[in-house]
Design a protein around this ligand. Structure first.
Ligand code: UDX
Length: 448
């Protein structure tokens, strides 16, 4: 089967490479010419585990090609996966469908040129319930002779482990309203279903909602443990043990119960906001969903105050904080909705300065952060340079390399001997033995 991918972002690129590794011929399309040139040379355009090897291998085997010519992808594909971004509309909070509408318009217009050759459009981007129907209406309005079928095929891959997640899915969800799409989608995923991974067929609206429901549920789960964590910090209860014991209950599961600085990334925050907006449009009062959106924003915006309180309660005005980590989690270069953005922006409002280091996220952070805060932040090439002569050290992303730094050396470099660890990645006893005051997420505040 020949596969087309529209959009070579985190999902389009990783999944195009995965399909190619499973033996399908793949053509990936993107409107950004430089990206296509770079990918055709075997240079990844984003950071993701194993991506470079997969890209080079599949290019060498001629199993994948990259093009900025839509005609090439439409001519050469039986199933076209739509993997463009659906970000949050900054004005309304709703899901911004402009990339979906532009690309499907181009597909509909292009189809005449290739003799209205049959194809299946699999919508992989996250879209609000009812969007597939709208896409179909729009496309058929543009080209009534369009010879295609459409299905919804939401993705569930985590950044940083997107390749593993695609190859080892908990379930593959496909929303269909015709038998041919069901059969063809079954065939395209056969290499995975043959290994025992389940495929779940449903109607299109349900598939659209499964994605939002899964992401929002996990968002709520993390917000919940974050709030439990706050209670623990004031009462001496141990949040790690609570999460462990809760997770032993099979109905709860231990996953996604790790407290932290707040939820980031391109999915959970925006999908929860979008679901809340969907509810409002339908005249529904979705109190749990709305509360999780607020809870996460409050948590991320309170990080700077936490740091100030922990710095012996003194203001940090005019002082410099060192910050390890900028990405929303480890093993990605993505900084979208990263808690580091809130921390830096809030510290900058309080006239504090930041010296930051991240192994992969610096460039994307510069692009995402409020330009007003950029003047107060300086970026470094390694952790030790970032830490030197700063007031105190804050860890916000759980990169492995931060776990094995020489903290004895760092002790000599920071002025206040304080580490604020929003990911609880260090060993409390070892760090305190060096002489640091060590705050980690969930720590009994009376012991600081
Ligand atoms: C998520 C979903 O997991 C994936 O299925 C979907 O397709 C895309 O969105 P991703 O955004 O890459 O993936 O990251 P994920 O690992 O889910 O983490 C999201 C955020 O929650 C991160 O900020 C992470 O640090 C935070 N998190 C996660 C916690 O704070 N605690 C946890 O226990 C788990």
């Amino acid at each position: 089967m020949k596969i087309g991918i529209i959009g070579t972002g985190y999902i389009g690129l990783t999944e195009g490479l995965c399909f190619a590794s499973l033996g399908q011929h793949v053509i990936c399309y993107d409107i950004i010419k430089e990206k296509i040139e770079q990918l055709n040379k075997g240079i990844p355009t984003l950071f993701e585990e194993n991506i470079e090897t997969l890209l080079k291998d599949n290019l060498a085997k001629k199993m994948i090609e990259f093009t900025d010519d839509l005609e090439v992808v439409m001519k050469g594909s039986d199933i076209v996966f739509l993997c463009v971004n659906t970000p949050e509309d900054p004005d309304t909070g709703e899901c911004d469908l402009s990339q979906i509408l532009t690309s499907t318009k181009s597909i509909a217009e292009m189809s005449d040129k290739i003799g209205n050759k049959f194809f299946i459009l699999a919508v992989r981007s996250t879209v609000p319930v009812g969007t597939n129907k709208k896409i179909k209406e729009n496309m058929l309005k543009i080209n009534r002779k369009l010879n295609y079928l459409q299905c919804s095929n939401p993705e569930f891959s985590r950044q940083g482990s997107a390749i593993y997640d695609f190859m080892n899915p908990d379930r593959i969800v496909v929303g269909v309203d015709d038998e041919k799409s069901k059969e063809q989608m079954g065939l395209v995923y056969k290499p995975l279903t043959d290994k025992g991974f389940p495929i779940f067929f449903t109607n299109i609206e349900t598939a659209e909602m499964i994605k939002y429901s899964s992401n929002t549920f996990l968002n709520i789960k993390i917000c919940f443990i974050n709030e439990i964590c706050d209670i623990c910090e004031k009462t001496g209860a141990n949040v790690t043990d609570i999460a462990k014991a809760m997770g032993m209950d099979k109905r709860i599961s231990p996953l996604f119960l790790r407290p932290g600085p707040g939820i980031g990334g391109s999915c959970f925050p925006k999908d929860s906001i979008a679901l809340s907006k969907i509810g409002k449009k339908l005249g529904l009062s979705l109190k749990i969903i709305d509360a999780s959106v607020d809870s996460n924003i409050i948590r991320k915006n309170s990080l700077a105050d936490r740091v100030i309180k922990l710095s012996k309660g003194k203001s940090l005005e005019g002082k410099t904080v060192s910050l390890l980590g900028l990405t929303f989690k480890a093993n990605t270069d993505d900084t979208r909705y990263s808690p580091a953005l809130n921390l830096v922006e809030e510290l900058s409002k309080k006239n504090a300065k930041v010296h930051a280091y991240d192994p992969h996220g610096t460039e994307k952070f510069k692009y995402m952060v409020d330009p007003k805060a950029l003047d107060s932040i300086q970026f470094f090439e390694n952790a030790y340079d970032a830490v030197k002569d700063t007031e105190l050290l804050v860890i916000i992303t759980e990169w492995d390399e931060f776990k094995i730094l020489d903290y004895k050396k760092i002790y000599q470099m920071v002025k206040q001997k304080i580490i604020v660890d929003f990911r609880s990645i260090l060993n409390e006893k070892e760090i305190e033995k060096i002489g640091f005051k060590y705050y980690f997420i969930g720590k009994d505040l009376s012991k600081i």
